[in-house]
Ligand binder design. Structure first.
Ligand code: G4P
Length: 280
């Protein structure tokens, strides 16, 4: 996982430059989004960065998300190719590869028609911190035994992994920065851990998460903690703390402990599958 603390302008520019450099080498960009926040995990500049390079939208962490099919439909209705994967369990990987092959076929076909030596199509993965890029690369690499080779003639040796016949993946993903200057987006990025817990105040963040879950996905919350539903985040936090025995000496609530508990259980999907962006 990349540490979100590094996201100051110099790093953003460097990350963007690296992507632009690698873009020249690939035929397809795989944009990995978090299926729980398919809009908030986008980079607003991506279209500008990749220009007319073919793009495949991949909704990752689909095992943690609700409404995945509706989001896929939305992207497809907007003329994007889109698939869902769960890199933790390996679901959707074959479909991703099939889509990537079909999106690159015309390019490799064109090359061979013009007499160029046939070569594998090349793809790279881009996405915001912690969205699951390395996990996906590992999954794809595991599909077909890894063949790593160095391609000479570029300033830094690029490592390519053969993920299918005629399809090579760049082994280093491009890191995109999310739109964290928007407060609502930043909250969702904190809940899903694209923004590190060290850089924001946990209590309001978690209370807002509990309020959102109580409003949109109450069943998972009630089932997990056996609490009575309310729309007040602090009240929910208190109830959960009591139920789970997050107490300090003297019976006071151990706030830090209950905050961390809720966040880690939410992120592990123990509060149920969610979708936190609105389908427009
Ligand atoms: P990154 O390269 O984009 O920064 O993300 P990375 O692959 O490191 O994944 C970040 C976290 O998300 C990891 O958890 C990883 O296991 C988890 N993850 C990735 N893809 C999926 C998925 O499809 N479903 C689920 N449920 N989780 C996924 P971690 O807690 O940081 O590490 P670890 O506990 O796996 O070691």
């Amino acid at each position: 996982m990349e540490n979100s603390l590094q996201w100051f302008p110099g790093h953003m520019r460097k990350a963007q430059r690296l992507i632009q450099e690698n873009l020249k080498l690939v035929d397809l960009v795989i944009e990995l989004l978090d299926a729980r926040i398919p809009l908030s995990s986008q980079n607003p500049m991506l279209r500008e960065i990749i220009q007319d390079k073919p793009r495949l939208i991949v909704l990752g962490k689909a095992d943690l998300a609700a409404n995945v099919d509706a989001w896929l439909k939305k992207f497809r209705d907007e003329n994007f190719s889109a698939v869902a994967v769960d890199a933790a369990h390996g679901t959707g990987i074959k479909n991703l590869i099939a889509q990537a092959k079909s999106l690159t076929e015309s390019k490799t076909h064109k090359l061979s028609k013009h007499g160029a030596k046939p070569r594998a199509a090349r793809v790279m993965i881009v996405g915001i911190p912690n969205v699951g890029k390395s996990s996906l690369i590992n999954r794809l690499a595991g599909m077909n035994h890894v063949k790593i080779e160095n391609r000479p003639g570029v300033t830094r040796a690029k490592q390519w992994i053969k993920i299918a016949d005629g399809l090579d993946l760049l082994d280093t993903p491009g890191i995109l920065y999310p739109k964290f200057d928007d407060a609502d987006v930043a909250l969702k990025l904190s809940w899903t851990y694209a923004i590190s817990d060290e850089i924001h105040d946990l209590e309001p963040t978690v209370c807002k998460l509990l309020e959102t879950l109580a409003e949109k996905f109450p069943a998972g919350l009630v089932e997990r903690y056996k609490i009575s539903l309310t729309t007040d985040g602090h009240e929910l936090l208190n109830q959960i703390g009591l139920k789970r025995g997050c107490l300090r000496k003297g019976g006071l609530l151990d706030t830090e402990k209950v905050l961390r508990l809720v966040l880690s259980e939410f992120r592990a999907g123990k509060l149920g599958k969610v979708t936190l962006d609105d389908l427009l």
